[in-house]
Write a new protein. Structure first.
Length: 278
C-alpha cells in the first residue's frame, strides 16, 4: 500500500445556531473531538488549530457568517483515499452535534438514542436537506493569488480577517465576475490591507465551493465601509441570488467568518486535555 504525498490546507467553518448550544459544542470539541482527531491523524497532519469566530458585524448575516470557529488543518496526504479508510477506532460524533451547528433541523426531536456517526458522514451533512452545508474545503498549502498587501508584517498591526468560501451558480460566469468586478473593487478600497485567494480542490471530499478568499481590515467598521456601504451601488450580476452584494445565497453559496490572527488553540502543540475551571 502506498499513499501519495500531497501537502494541502483545509478549513472547516463551524456554526452555533443558538447560544443554548455553544457550551455544549465547545465541550464536545475540546473534550471529545480533539483527542479523537489527534489520535487519528498526528502521523500525517502538521497543524490542527481552532480560531474563534469574532462577533458578526452589522449586516454580516447576509454574508453567510458562521459563529463558532474555523478549524484549520495542514495535511501531508489526502486522508480520504481508499488506502486510508481502515481506522482502529471510530470517531465519536453524536448526531446532536449536527443540530448544534445547523446541519439538521433544530426541531426538538429526541436524538438521545441515535447512533454515533462516523466523521466522514458528519462532514458530508447538510446542503441537500434545506439546511446549510457542512463546509470542509481543501486548498493548496500556500495561497495561489496575492491581490493586495504583499510585504505586510506583524508589526503593521493586528488584523480583522474576513475569510469565506464562494460557490458560483455557474463557475465560468462567477469567476469572470470575481476577476473583473470583485477583485478590482477590493483592491481599490483603502480599508483593505491584504487580499488573498485560492481555488478549492473538488477531488478530496467533494466540496462544491469554488474559491477561498481572505480580506484583512483594521476592524469591523472598516469592513462595513468597504463590504456594505461601498457596495450599495454595485451592479447586480445576471446570476444574482440576492439583491445586494455579495449577490450569493447566504450560508449556502457564500459561507465564512470573521477572525483574528491567532488561534485559540494550536492543538498539536498546545492541547493538554479538557482542563476545567476550579
Amino acid at each position: 500500500m502506498s499513499v501519495e504525498y500531497r501537502p494541502m490546507r483545509s478549513v472547516i467553518y463551524v456554526d452555533c445556531v443558538r447560544e443554548e448550544y455553544r457550551h455544549r459544542l465547545q465541550h464536545w470539541l475540546y473534550a471529545v473531538h480533539v483527542p479523537d482527531s489527534i489520535s487519528k491523524f498526528t502521523p500525517y497532519c502538521t497543524k490542527y488549530a481552532f480560531y474563534n469566530a469574532l462577533p458578526t458585524p452589522p449586516e454580516g448575516e447576509r454574508f453567510g457568517t458562521r459563529r463558532m470557529q474555523m478549524t484549520e488543518h495542514y495535511w501531508m496526504v489526502n486522508e480520504m483515499v481508499p488506502e486510508m479508510s481502515v481506522n482502529a477506532f471510530t470517531e465519536r460524533m453524536p448526531v446532536e452535534v449536527l443540530r448544534w451547528q445547523g446541519m439538521i433541523p433544530d426541531d426538538g426531536a429526541d436524538l438521545s438514542h441515535a447512533a454515533n456517526m462516523d466523521g466522514d458522514s458528519h462532514r458530508a451533512s447538510g446542503g441537500d436537506n434545506g439546511c446549510p452545508p457542512f463546509v470542509f474545503a481543501h486548498v493548496p498549502m500556500n495561497w495561489e493569488e496575492d491581490y493586495k498587501g504583499k510585504g505586510r508584517t506583524i508589526a503593521d498591526g493586528p488584523n480583522y480577517r474576513w475569510q469565506f468560501v464562494l460557490r458560483w451558480p455557474c463557475e465560468k460566469t462567477g469567476e469572470k465576475w470575481f476577476q473583473e468586478v470583485f477583485v478590482p473593487y477590493f483592491q481599490n478600497r483603502p480599508e483593505v490591507n491584504r487580499f488573498l485567494s485560492s481555488k478549492i480542490y473538488h477531488d478530496v471530499v467533494g466540496c462544491q465551493f469554488h474559491r477561498l478568499v481572505e480580506l484583512w481590515f483594521d476592524g469591523p467598521e472598516e469592513w462595513y465601509a468597504a463590504a456594505v456601504e461601498g457596495t450599495r451601488s454595485m451592479e447586480k450580476p445576471d446570476w444574482a441570488q440576492q439583491g445586494q452584494f455579495p449577490f450569493l445565497r447566504s450560508n449556502h453559496n457564500i459561507v465564512g467568518m470573521f477572525l483574528s490572527d491567532m488561534a485559540a488553540s494550536d492543538n498539536l502543540t498546545q492541547y493538554r486535555g479538557y482542563i476545567t475551571m476550579r
